[in-house]
Design a protein around this ligand. Structure first.
Ligand SMILES: [Mg+2]
Length: 163
């Protein structure tokens, strides 16, 4: 199911919020009509959850061959460095989520992120309260009927019975 992109609208906001700053930097991605600060009715005050959770494998680490032997063998996902920097401009604390459990593997994840200049605040294998979860395996939930249909289609593709 395709997700409709918000329609571009004339910029009407003069507030000094991260979205305004993003626009000044030439990278406007929200209008005030879709700005979560406005959606919360907070008139620009940062009372929305500050954390955004970003999956590691398949989102930051390219992960082109899947899990393999568990090593971090690939380079960064194209655009990941720039996107994480943008999330910082937007005012988020960046939580990197990984199923690579244990301090040893978390250390390897942090080393990869630093090596490639990817901005983050912390790495964890525990789900955190977040404004959004960015994950290559996620299904956007609206209701169970459509979720099960989307899931069945994904299973069919994985089993090679559908394209
Ligand atoms: Mg993943």
């Amino acid at each position: 199911m395709a997700v409709a992109k918000p329609k571009p609208r004339p910029w009407v906001c003069g507030r000094d919020c991260p979205y305004t700053n993003a626009r000044v930097a030439g990278q406007q991605i929200y209008t005030c009509e879709t700005c979560p600060w406005d959606a919360q009715g907070t008139k620009g005050e940062k009372t929305v959850p500050k954390t955004i959770s970003v999956d590691f494998d398949g989102v930051l680490h390219k992960y082109s061959k899947g899990w393999m032997d568990g090593t971090i063998y690939d380079g960064p996902m194209p655009g990941a460095k720039e996107a994480m920097a943008q999330l910082k401009v937007m005012g988020f604390d960046i939580c990197v989520n990984t199923c690579r459990v244990g301090e040893g593997q978390a250390h390897e994840v942090r080393t990869f992120l630093r090596k490639h200049g990817i901005t983050f605040d912390y790495v964890t294998d525990i789900k955190q309260p977040s404004f959004a979860y960015i994950d290559d395996r996620g299904l956007h939930f609206t209701d169970w009927e459509s979720t099960l249909i989307i899931l069945a289609a994904r299973v069919a593709v994985a089993n090679g019975v559908a394209a």
